[in-house]
Write a new protein. Structure first.
Length: 511
């Protein structure tokens, strides 16, 4: 049994030893195989690297060959271009050489001609000196003396002739201008013979009977109070038979009151509610009439393209008066007169008529508008996009500004013609003269005033002061004081320009 065990142990040991050597042999075989595979891989890698190296080397050679060809081609092109430049330069040099030779020949010819001219000039100067010497010998005068004598005689003769010509031309121009202006103004007035009628500040409404007065007054005066409140017009009911007087300085409101009262009388229903209804309806009708009057004025004068607000303002002029003269009719007449005179003088007729129609548009503004109607009118036409020339014609038609156009001068003349025609304005000659005398009297009342003249129909007072008593600063203060005194003591239309003139004269006598 023990032997078997020993044999088994020995066999086991031998098996273990044999297994160890077998594994060792197998491991060595594997290592050998791996080394062989590694060597094969390295060889293959070396062969592949060598192939890649050869390929890159070939590519590098091809690239170098291509670059060399490009450089050679560029060099060849540059050489060709340089050759072309060289040929052009050579051609230009040849051309310059030819031009230089031509210039040299011309310079030589010019020098020769200059020499000939110099000799000819010297010969002329000698002949001139000889002639001067001979003339001086004959006339017994030097050249300067003869020149002065001739010039003085020519100057005297020319001055005399010029003075005669200027005097003759001025006289003819003055006579012709006066004659022509009278003809133009007379023709314009003849062609525009408009009727005039002075308008008052009251309206009279006829009544069918005197009983209507009680109905107009109403119970405890409620009807008349309602009518006066709604219209702003005073109703005067007195002993005048079958008549009611409407008094008010706003002609538009007075017209509304007149029409409303006539409607109430014809209707017979007179009470506060009915009065309010009729007055409102009449106010709308008058507004329509105002617009229609403005459109009629533009149609009658041939002035088109006005802003609608300007047309409405023109219609309001129908209810405005100046010294009793209807302002709308006055504006229409000024438009016609200015257009006729512009046509006679060859000026812009349409422009003159437009400026004439709009020249008093400032009188249609409300009473709370500050400034004169001239300033207000200029602002209105400027506001509604009229041209600067029209604005100037409106602003300058009383001479407050310089005229930009000849048509503006015609508007001023037409305004004076229309306003000064007999019957155009209600002011009597006596009142007019008294107003001018009072104006001059106010100016003369100031210390230092030498002379005072009322001009421009009383729209300007021109005052000459004594320069030894009134200096520049005192003249300014005097103008302000005169304005204040005129405003406080005198009633006048529009505005009055106070022009104080101080003139210093230095006079000496030679004894």
């Amino acid at each position: 049994m023990a032997e078997y065990i020993i044999l088994a142990v020995v066999a086991l040991i031998l098996g273990v030893i044999a297994g160890y050597y077998m594994r060792k042999l197998l491991a060595e075989a594997r290592i050998t195989s791996a080394e062989a595979a590694a060597k094969k891989i390295v060889e293959e890698a070396k062969q592949e690297a060598s192939a890649i190296k050869r390929e890159k080397h070939l590519e590098a050679k091809e690239e170098a060959h291509r670059l060399r060809n490009e450089i050679e081609r560029e060099s060849r092109d540059r050489r060709n271009e340089l050759q072309r430049f060289e040929r052009r330069l050579m051609q230009k040099e040849e051309s310059l050489d030819r031009k230089a030779n031509s210039m040299e020949r011309k310079e030589e010819e010019l020098r020769r001609k200059e020499e000939e001219n110099r000799r000819f000039q010297e010969k002329l100067e000698q002949l001139y000196k000889q002639q001067i010497t001979e003339l001086e010998r004959i006339s017994n005068m030097s050249m300067d003396e003869a020149k002065d004598t001739i010039l003085q005689r020519a100057r005297d003769e020319i001055s005399h002739e010029m003075a005669m010509m200027i005097n003759e031309v001025e006289s003819q121009a003055r006579d012709e201008a006066a004659k022509r202006s009278r003809e133009i103004i007379a023709l314009a007035i003849q062609r525009c013979a408009a009727d005039h009628a002075s308008e008052a500040t009251v309206s009279v409404v006829s009544l069918p009977n005197d009983e209507m007065k009680g109905r107009i007054i109403g119970r405890e005066g409620r009807n008349i109070r309602a009518l006066e409140t709604l219209t702003g017009i005073d109703l005067i009911i007195d002993d005048t038979p079958e008549a009611v007087i409407l008094s008010g300085f706003d002609p538009i409101r007075r017209e509304i009151a007149r029409l409303a009262l006539e409607k109430l009388i014809s209707d017979g229903r007179i009470h506060p509610a009915r009065i309010e209804e009729v007055v409102e309806k009449t106010r709308k009708e008058v507004e329509t009439q105002i617009r229609e009057e403005g459109e009629r004025a533009t149609f009658e004068t041939g002035v088109h393209g006005l802003h609608p607000e300007l047309v409405v303002l023109l219609g309001k002029l129908r209810y405005r008066t100046s010294y009793g003269q209807n302002v709308l009719q006055h504006s229409i007449e000024v438009s016609h007169l200015a257009g006729m005179m512009a046509g006679e003088l060859g000026l812009d007729v349409a422009f003159a008529k437009r400026a004439g129609l709009l020249h008093d548009i400032g009188k249609a503004a409300d009473h709370d508008t500050e400034g004169s109607h001239v300033v207000t009118g200029a602002e209105l036409v400027k506001k509604y996009k009229e041209s600067p020339e029209i604005v100037n014609a409106v602003a300058a038609h009383h001479g407050d500004l310089d005229f930009m156009t000849l048509e503006a001068v015609l508007v001023q003349a037409a305004d004076a013609i229309s306003a000064s025609r007999p019957g155009a304005r209600r002011e009597t000659l006596e009142a007019y003269i008294k107003r001018l005398e009072k104006l001059e009297e106010i100016a003369d009342s100031f210390d230092g005033v030498d002379k005072a003249y009322a001009i421009h129909a009383g729209r300007e007072i021109r005052i000459m002061v004594k320069p030894d008593r009134i200096d520049d600063l005192k003249s300014i203060q005097m103008a302000r004081d005169i304005v204040k005194k005129i405003e406080s003591e005198l009633e006048y239309p529009g505005q009055i320009k106070v022009n104080v003139i101080r003139e210093t004269r230095a006079i000496e006598y030679a004894k």
